[in-house]
Design a protein around this ligand. Structure first.
Ligand SMILES: [Zn+2]
Length: 388
């Protein structure tokens, strides 16, 4: 949905690129507008419209910083567990820290998940504490503005922390729940699926609640102003529902791939190319007749590399008659080889990590098969088709 809009990098924090998604500007405008035209004139009368807009804009920036600090809380703990973070993105429903891998243990998962809400609640408490201290002295006009902003920011941060503690995955509270279920049942994927079901429940519940508020205000049972809150709750509920559904599907997929050994989906009739073969021979005798994207290369029965269509395309066709496969191929190394009993999920992670889209399967020093990324994708599609 909205995620297809562009985003812009605005800087770094903890070495992590910070990006702002286009949808976030809508929030920025809405917050500034709501404060400048309603909340601020009500609670701090007698100022010029310009002042209200400036204060509203400042509050929106502080809100932005609050969400960023929440994500940095997650990120700081994740980095301590050596989990790389690609970027932090702020968008219409808050922020996301994109972690490159899952937490290594339930304990790590718990601490990473809890750090964000902890930052928000502490920040909120600090703001509200300041309000308590400064309230008796707020006769000075400058201080009064500060007290009002601080009260607002305190409330928002406490809400941000508490909302995220709702135990529906993928909210932070859902991650805490997953950590508990994972520690309890010793099964990461099952824990993810269970926590996602709770997420589905909360998502559906919010949608229902929001719809009831909208309908209720239309029929006159509750104030009309509740209609906009209601629609906002519908949106958040729908977003949570969709995210929980996607998490559940992904966990089911990974669970399948973790249970299947590579042996079950590798190609066993492997065609190999001798290293001395010229590129012209390789094209005419292997690539064209078989139609495969790549072949393992052997030198005297020994695996020495892998050659793909892309490697050949990189060489000018004029040179094909005299360049040898062994000169153009990617050299074999431990990163190219997997064993037939490896779970497919690990094979897939191996491919992503090492940048190969096909791997050679070896057992006892002999080539016994070949596996490609697209073969794994096809396998999954067939599995999904048969499980329906
Ligand atoms: Zn969070």
């Amino acid at each position: 949905m909205a995620m297809r809009l562009p985003s812009w990098q605005i800087g770094y924090a903890l070495g992590i690129p910070i990006r702002v998604h286009a949808s976030w500007f809508l929030v920025f405008f809405l917050v500034t507008w709501t404060l400048a035209t309603g909340y601020l004139p009500d609670s701090l009368p007698g100022l010029s419209p310009g002042r209200y807009w400036a204060m509203g804009g400042m509050a929106a920036v502080l809100l932005f910083l609050s969400v960023l600090l929440h994500e940095l809380g997650h990120s700081y703990v994740a980095l301590r567990y050596s989990i790389p973070i690609d970027r932090i993105t702020l968008f219409i429903f808050g922020g996301v820290a994109h972690m490159r891998k899952e937490a290594p243990t339930p304990r790590a998962e718990f601490l990473i998940a809890a750090a964000g809400p902890a930052v928000s609640v502490l920040l909120g408490a600090a703001c509200l504490g300041f309000v308590e201290l400064a309230e008796p002295m707020q006769q000075q006009r400058g201080l009064r503005g500060l007290v009002i902003l601080s009260a607002l920011l305190g409330a928002v941060n406490v809400q941000l922390g508490l909302f995220n503690l709702i135990p529906g995955f993928p909210l932070d509270g859902g991650r805490v729940l997953r950590a508990g279920l994972w520690a309890w049942g010793k099964d990461f994927y099952r824990a993810t699926k269970q926590a996602s079901i709770v997420g589905l429940g909360f998502g559906a519940g919010f949608v229902l609640l929001g719809v009831m508020m909208v309908v209720g205000s239309a029929m006159g049972g509750i104030p009309v102003s509740m209609a906009s809150t209601g629609s906002w709750i519908v949106l958040i509920g729908a977003f949570l529902f969709a995210a929980a559904l996607a998490s559940r599907r992904q966990a089911a997929m990974r669970q399948t791939l973790a249970a299947v050994p590579l042996r079950n989906l590798m190609v066993t009739t492997v065609v190999t190319i001798p290293a001395q073969c010229t590129l012209e021979e390789a094209v005419n005798r292997y690539f064209q007749p078989y139609g495969y994207g790549g072949f393992p290369v052997l030198d005297d029965e020994r695996l020495v590399g892998l050659i793909t269509v892309h490697d050949i395309q990189a060489v000018s066709p004029a040179a094909w008659p005299w360049r040898q496969v062994g000169q153009v191929m990617r050299q074999a190394g431990p990163s190219l080889i997997v064993e037939p009993d490896t779970p497919v999920i690990q094979v897939m992670e191996h491919m992503v990590r090492e940048g190969w889209d096909r791997l050679v399967v070896m057992q006892d020093g002999k080539v016994v098969g070949l596996v490609t990324h697209s073969a794994i994708v096809h396998f999954l599609q067939l599995r999904q088709a048969t499980s329906r």
